[in-house]
Each structure stands twice: as C-alpha cells, then as structure tokens.
Design a protein around this ligand. Sequence first.
Ligand SMILES: NC(=O)c1ccc[n+]([C@@H]2O[C@H](COP(=O)([O-])OP(=O)(O)OC[C@H]3O[C@@H](n4cnc5c(N)ncnc54)[C@H](OP(=O)(O)O)[C@@H]3O)[C@@H](O)[C@H]2O)c1
Length: 431
Amino acid sequence: MRVGIGILGFGTVGGALLRKLIEENASISTKTGLEIEVEKVAVRDIGKLRSVALRDGVLTDDPMELVNDPAVQLVVEIMGGEDPAGDLVAAALRAGKPVVTANKALIAARGKELISIAEEAGVPLLFEAAVAGGIPIIRPLSETLAGEQIDRVLGIVNGTTNYILTKMTEDGAEYKTALAEAQELGYAEADPTADVSGADAAAKAAILASLAFGTWVASDRVYTEGIDRLDATDVRIASELGYVIKLLAVAENTQDGISVRVHPTFVPGDHPLAVIRGATNAVFVEGPSFHELLFAGPGAGGAPTASAVLGDVVDAARELLAGAEVAPPIRFQPGRVLEFDSVVTTWYLRLEVVDRPGVLAQVAGVFGDNEVSIKSVWQEGEDDGATLLLVTHGHAESRQRASLEGLRSLEVVRDVGAVIRVEGAGPTPNL
Ligand SMILES: NC(=O)c1ccc[n+]([C@@H]2O[C@H](COP(=O)([O-])OP(=O)(O)OC[C@H]3O[C@@H](n4cnc5c(N)ncnc54)[C@H](OP(=O)(O)O)[C@@H]3O)[C@@H](O)[C@H]2O)c1
C-alpha cells in the first residue's frame, strides 16, 4: 500500500532517512507491505548541495507548503528546534496528518500540548527517536510497560558526555583534553554547552519520566548539573573505590511524588550502567514486576536515528492506511513533582583542609548540626594541607546543602573541591 510522506529537514537525520528510503525501498516494501513515497522535503537553503538526489519539485523552502500538500499524508519533523517546528507539527496534526518527530527539545517543551492536539485530531504523534536516538525506549515505556508500576528510570542519555567521561576514566584525561578530543572526532559540537551543561540530558530525562510515571514533567523541573566542572582527581578516586562517574538522568516515583534530576554520579562498578562506554546510551528501568530492564545502543548519529524514525513512519502509516481508530495516545494524570530540596541523595565530598589536629572534629560537627550522618571519611595527602574525602548516608538535599554551607564557612576548610552524588549505598574505602 502506498503512503505519501513529507519530510521537514534534510540534515544529518534527514539525509540518512532519505538514503534509507531510496536505497532500501524494495526491502522496506517487502518487510512492511508499504510503498513509502517521499512527496516533499523542506529545507532552509534550497541551493545547498545535497547528499541524495530527489525528483524535481520535491525540495521546497516553504515548510507550510509541505504540511498543506494534499499528497503528503504523513509528516516527518527532523528540522530541530522549537520554532517553527512546533507550529508546523501542530498544523499537520490539526490537518489530520500523523506526525513523526525526533525533536527532543520540542517534545520536552510542548509535548503535552502536542499530544493533546494529536488526541483531538485522532492521529498519532510518534517520537521514538527523540530520546536515546536508535534505542527503542519510548514505545516500551508508553506501550509495553503501560500497565506496569515503574519505580525508577536511570539513564545515560547523552553520548557526548559519556564519551568524555569514558576518556577521563580510561585514559586519566583532564576534562578539557577529553572535550577537545570529542570535538575533533565529531562527538561534540564546536559549542558543546547543551551537552556538557546537562541541558540535553535534562530534556530527555523529562520525557522519560513523563512516560514512565504518566505525569507530565516539564524540563524546567529537572534539577540539572553538567560535567563541565568535573576534576580528573575525582574520576581517579572513583575508580580506586570501584566506582565510575557517569552523567546520570535519575527519575524516581516515590510515595511523596516524582523527582527528576541530571548530574554527575558515582555509579558502582558492578551496576549495568557502569560498563556503558563511549558515545553509547543506555536506559535502566526498575519496577516491582519486571525488576530491572536495560536498553542500550547508539544514542545518536544519522543512521541509528533514521532507523528509529523509519520505525515510527511504518507504524503511523499502518494506522493511517488501516483507517482504524487510533489507539489513545499517552494520557497524563496530575501528579506531584517534588522540589529537589526534599529529594534524598547520598553525597561524596572532597575537601581541601589545613592539616592540624581537630579539623575532622569541626567538619563532623557541621554535618552533625545538620543531622547528616557520615558513612565514610578518609584522608589523602600530607605536608601543609590535606584532602579529606567523605561519603554521607542518604539525606534530603536541603540538609546536605546546609552542611555544605557550614563547611564553606569553616576557617579550616580551604576549598570544597567536589560534591558528587552517589548511586546506591556509597563506597567504603579499604583503609
Ligand atoms: N543528529 C543526531 O544524531 C540526532 C539524534 C537524535 C535526534 N536528533 C534530532 O533530529 C532533529 C534533526 O537533527 P539533525 O542533526 O538532522 O539536524 P541538522 O543536520 O541541523 O538538519 C536540520 C535540517 O532542517 C532544515 N531546517 C532547519 N530549520 C528550517 C526551517 N526553518 N525551514 C526549513 N528547513 C529548516 C535544515 O535545512 P538546510 O539543510 O537548508 O540548512 C536542515 O536540512 C533534531 O531535532 C535533533 O535533535 C538528531
């Protein structure tokens, strides 16, 4: 059966998708029973040299013309950004056309609104490629596990930062050196801010949490810390303790409410996420019935992302051609999203202190005053100063931060070198 599609964007993902549709047309048709015909492709610069040749009249620089073209039955949005992509997606849905998008920024910002427009219009809005590129994770969360209780989702959802952290862990590289190498190899962009600040991972974490827990979480409710201030010293110490530092997206659903955060994290060496190396992404899902599920694979890149987009196109086209009523899209219930201050976390701290008797007692006193208990404490270094390393037990962030303020005001603490959250109970060093 034939279906006409329009593609908004002919960049990295668009080029890979068009190559797939043209080169593998026969095999796609054999496998799916669909003849996918590209009717229109919208770009910004129509004069640019393109990697795939298209029929005359297919390329346009008017994206709304594509959306309104009667030959376009289904719209693929792979142009990126919130504007004008959001309004184009909304217009396509309102016109009764299914939409497939890979745009995490758009879904994180306007997903709730667009999903409800799709529901009203009775057409699907699919976004498998928006989180963790080529890994099927959206469908498992929103369909396969729809009836399940999900307690936690942990994810390595940004390949650039995982590549940098892998270099720091395995080669002992400093952050800046590892970033420069990632840029040279094309894993990081010239302006890496969105990746290294954690913003990209936060948008994906918000989408994962919303689907896993059935309550919409806006991305500005995600507590976010990046890897840009990470020191090679802490990466080395983590390794010595049998841990590895990862930029983790953590979404939790507790009796008190939902919390979502992204920050560098000490991950135990025997955790399934500890072995996720390089630009690979992974999502680890925990629930009482299925216990633990791990989804891992390429989180980005033209071909893997195009493969996820094509999967959605096939799904949406089948629904469209079947003419059957579309399955209701994800429904969101109101729910409580916790302030980060009340979330319980375990901390690792590296303090630069003066080396004299009584320092430890003063440091311990600050934690005691804030009712934060210390799991382990040990010392590195000698001479005119010392490095004190501490791991706390799990406590509310507000209490941990109050301790941090107290430590900063101590005359014997020269510097708080690092604060990194810990997954699990935390290391106990063999002293
Ligand atoms: N690249 C990845 O590995 C990856 C992975 C997962 C998800 N995604 C998502 O997929 C989407 C596309 O990413 P990409 O890397 O393929 O982007 P890209 O290489 O920058 O390509 C964007 C394309 O959209 C076109 N475009 C942009 N703004 C336009 C406008 N206002 N009107 C018409 N055309 C416009 C551009 O036209 P010109 O060619 O004329 O400039 C270009 O062809 C993004 O939402 C991204 O987050 C990408």
